[in-house]
Write a protein that binds this ligand. Structure first.
Ligand code: ZN
Ligand code: ZN
Length: 410
């Protein structure tokens, strides 16, 4: 990553207070090492710090994507691409993410502790990562990509991003294995999906006993469970079993939204990917079945956001770009903006996502003690989310964990 850590004072900017949802002027921000140490109206006194004039631009915290995939690239990869090559490719995706302003990601399956540490130790440039390792799926579930004519029972052959485990004992063992390998959270498939060949979106996957066992294992080890699930019965069941974050959730209805709010569960919508996949799906060799299912979730998607908002469900931000270009990553903010203000969309991708990765007050905010993930934006994102689009072209500088990943100031 470009520069080294130092000691900087940022002045002459409009500071985006993500908690209050407003821009503030006249503040200075002192960064030392990888931390923000002081945020003060007026002059900060620190003679050994380098002062950087931001020329009136917006200073905001780095964005967080709570449903990214850096270990999934092309639909047909499981036929021919080995994990070593996938990992090498992920280094490109990681670098590109940071250069479009995403300084933290939660990988929703595929990336593991090795990826996370490769970034932390500086082998790869990239965002801070919260990894899920391999996703737990039942046989024939969304994580099982074997074709109907495939009689091979080698259960872990599913694209390297999922593992098949059936039965209470087996899922307990699988969770323990993932934790042994160093995951931050456990990801499961509790319902049908778009890209899997043998299921429907309304299917409930895993028995209730299995989901309860998975949550029990994860919780005792200080982890939480995130679940892929589209249908409303599946969302409700997962939340009642203790699943903390619902991934996608496109068919959410009011009754289930109330259950989510009551349990304090989070919704992580991934709405941009259906629009991208509708466009690119034919080019990556989807079957008609996949196209049909994608159309169903696409049509229901934005409404789920409105329902969640009305019920007071906390909404994060995810993208789930697997096979469509990962450059769509910030465009989901524009989808959120169809039903909420630009500031609320930014809050989804900063303070709410920080809560989801259990880094409240350390990420998603510019405040003393927070990690130094900062974007210098030419323009006002509270009025126009367009300034966060197009591969960071309006981001004059990007600081990740105290180091400049990009710096075009003066
Ligand atoms: Zn999913
Ligand atoms: Zn996903």
């Amino acid at each position: 990553m470009g520069g080294r850590m130092g000691k900087y004072i940022f002045n002459n900017h409009a500071l985006l207070d993500t908690k209050e949802g407003v821009l503030k002027s006249g503040f200075q921000v002192l960064v030392e090492g990888n931390r923000i140490v002081e945020v003060k109206k007026g002059q900060i006194n620190s003679p050994d710090a380098e002062t950087i004039d931001l020329g009136g631009r917006t200073l905001m915290p780095g964005l967080i994507d709570c449903h990214a995939h850096v270990f999934i690239a092309q639909f047909t990869d499981n036929q021919s691409v080995l994990p070593s090559e996938m990992t090498a490719r992920s280094s490109t995706y990681l670098r590109e993410m940071i250069l479009r302003g995403f300084t933290t990601i939660r990988d929703a399956g595929g990336a593991d502790y090795g990826h996370k540490m490769s970034v932390e130790r500086g082998y790869f440039e990239g965002p801070r990562m919260f990894v899920s390792g391999r996703i737990l799926s039942q046989t024939g579930g969304h994580g099982d990509h074997r074709g109907k004519a495939d009689f091979c029972s080698c259960a872990n052959a599913s694209m390297g991003v999922s593992r098949i485990a059936d039965g209470v004992d087996a899922v307990r063992h699988a969770v323990r294995e993932e934790i042994r390998h160093g995951v931050d959270q456990i990801k499961i498939m509790a319902g049908g999906g778009v890209s899997s060949p043998a299921d429907e979106l309304h299917h409930l996957q895993y028995s209730t006993d299995e989901v309860v066992a998975i949550v029990d294992e994860a919780t005792r080890a200080g982890r939480y469970v995130m679940s892929h699930v589209y249908n409303t019965d599946g969302i409700r069941r997962a939340v009642e079993c203790g699943v903390r974050t619902i991934e996608h959730g496109n068919f959410l209805d009011e009754k289930t939204a109330d259950v989510m709010a009551k349990h304090g569960a989070y919704l992580v919508p991934t709405l941009v990917t259906y629009r991208a996949d509708a466009k690119y799906g034919p080019s990556f060799g989807w079957a008609e079945e996949n196209e049909r299912k994608n159309q169903e979730v696409l049509e229901a998607g934005v409404q789920s956001l409105e329902i969640a908002m009305r019920s007071g469900v906390k909404i994060g931000y995810g993208t789930d770009l697997c096979w469509s270009p990962k450059s769509y990553q910030p465009e989901g903010l524009l989808v959120h903006n169809e039903v909420m203000s630009p500031v609320e969309a930014i809050q989804n991708a900063t303070i709410i996502n920080a809560e989801i990765v259990r880094m409240e007050n350390a990420l998603g905010v510019i405040a003393p003690g927070a990690l130094a993930d900062l974007l210098v934006v030419d323009g006002d994102p509270t009025q126009d989310l367009g300034v966060l689009q197009n591969e960071g072209e309006h981001m004059t500088a990007i600081m990740a964990n105290g180091k400049f990943a990009k710096n075009n100031l003066s």
